[in-house]
Design a protein around this ligand. Structure first.
Ligand SMILES: [Zn+2]
Length: 469
């Protein structure tokens, strides 16, 4: 059963066959680091992390090269640096660190490379030089522009005919452009803004050339998979493709183009609604990263995703259930299975069908729960399969105990542990009134005690989203 991926260029699902299975390459457009990122910007992070994990499983952990860039020079970064009166690197370091911390909290593995625009200037100017040499770019008034007439297939990826784009671009066309659809490869910086040397004068690169040069430098062209949000198809990816093909890579640029759909914020008017907390950074203060990851993967990646309190509540409930099963199966040693039969992986192999894969994960959990209850011998194999599928999807990465007690700080945990132990002792001594008194004290701390054969365990039930204090 081969992996099938929907290719935006082909407009259909195609079996994924890498050019070299020992070196599978993927590039995904990353953030411009001038602020905390919107939760919608983390949808591609989580979707392509899932694909990265699946490819690592199929081809081997060391066989997959995944580069995700960082745009660390840009008008918005310049504006923010000017506002704070600091170098742009102060801004970009701060928000790149925050971005990477948020991505890690959402269970995203670090990409194998995270190139930055400011560290790729030589490759960028070299690529522009080749485009000029090949007649696909021209210098004018301190700018270098890509000549869209030089690439016969311009518009093929997005399905927009060039004359239509020209008609749409008639307003305010810069006078140095030969054709209205031509786009900037290099431009002069404004006074006081950072600039780099180039054969066409000091300045900085346009956004599109950054990605093409990084791909060439980090992975080599053509790559197997190019990914990003659906809003990047035009103009960003159309322009990347044109540049790459005209810069001495006429055979191909990316062999598969993958795009994720939009995340639509809920139009929830309640001030306490978390469905309209826009920044992942803020959302992570009240929600475990796995809950947000589950909600982000809750719809098929190509579909629009409605971001609501309900989606987050459902994610929390689903994970609470899975962790509950795992807690009850904590004495079962995983093993005795090849880990993941074809049928268990089948939903992901079909263009990353995450809703179906989540259903499969829940089915494995129900079967495991039943096997544990009955003491059935297949519990080990079921646990192994469940953990293997969860691992490919980036779920169940915490210990069940930690999952349920994650909201408590160390001091509170020590206090609760002591109370639970005192209550256990009172119960052993059959001092029921003392046991009840302690239970009431625990309830007052919002702690739920669960008595089991191996002694009592406890958890702090989650505050339901939308009703936080
Ligand atoms: Zn890009």
């Amino acid at each position: 059963m081969p992996l099938k991926l929907y290719d935006t260029m082909a407009r259909k699902k195609r079996p994924f066959i890498p050019a070299d299975p020992r070196r599978v390459t993927m590039y995904v457009c990353g953030p411009t680091v001038y602020n905390f990122s919107h939760v919608g910007n983390f949808r591609p992070v989580v979707v392509f992390d899932l694909l990265f994990r699946l490819l690592r499983r199929l081809y081997g952990e060391d066989a997959v090269l995944y580069a995700a860039n960082v745009t660390d020079v840009d008008d918005k970064i310049n504006a923010k640096a000017a506002e704070e009166g600091v170098e742009i690197s102060v801004i970009t370091e701060r928000y790149l660190a925050a971005y990477n911390a948020d991505a890690a909290a959402l269970g995203a593995l670090p990409p194998t490379a995270q190139p930055r625009a400011t560290q790729t200037m030589d490759a960028i100017t070299a690529m522009i030089g080749r485009l000029v040499q090949n007649g696909a770019a021209y210098a004018a008034e301190g700018h270098v522009l890509f000549n869209t007439q030089a690439f016969g297939d311009y518009g093929k990826l997005s399905g927009r005919p060039l004359d239509e784009m020209i008609a749409g671009a008639r307003v305010d066309v810069a006078p140095y452009k030969q054709n209205p659809a031509d786009f900037v490869l290099w431009k002069p910086s404004k006074p006081g803004e950072p600039e780099w040397p180039s054969p066409w004068g000091p300045g900085r690169p346009g956004w599109h050339i950054e990605c093409s040069a990084m791909i060439e430098q980090e992975l080599g062209l053509p790559i197997d998979i190019h990914g990003g949000g659906i809003d990047l198809v035009f103009p960003h990816h159309e322009n990347e493709l044109a540049q790459g093909m005209c810069a001495d890579h006429p055979e191909a640029y990316a062999r598969y183009w993958l795009h994720n759909g939009f995340l639509n914020m809920a139009d929830e008017k309640m001030s306490k609604s978390i469905g309209n907390v826009a920044l992942a950074h803020d959302l992570l203060k009240t929600q475990p990263g796995e809950v947000i990851r589950w909600a982000l993967l809750g719809a098929h990646y190509r579909q629009p995703l409605a971001w609501t309190d309900d989606a987050l509540n459902q994610a929390r409930n689903a994970l609470d259930h899975l962790y509950g099963v795992l807690g009850r199966a904590r004495h079962v040693e995983a093993g005795g299975s090849a880990a993941l039969a074809e049928e268990q992986l089948a939903p992901l192999m079909d263009d990353l069908n995450t809703p179906a894969a989540m259903a499969e994960l829940k089915r494995l959990a129900s079967d495991l729960d039943a096997a544990v209850r009955k003491g059935a011998p297949n519990a080990s194999a079921l646990k192994q399969d469940m953990m293997a599928l969860a691992g490919v999807m980036g779920f169940l990465q915490a210990e069940p105990q930690v999952w349920f007690q994650g909201g408590a700080d160390e001091g509170l945990k020590t206090q609760i542990d002591a109370l639970v132990a005192a209550r256990d002792a009172a119960r052993v001594a059959k001092d029921w009134s003392e046991a009840d008194r302690i239970r009431a004290e625990l309830t007052a701390l919002n702690v739920e005690v669960m008595d089991g054969p191996a002694g009592a365990t406890w958890r702090i039930p989650t505050l339901k989203t939308g009703e936080q204090a």
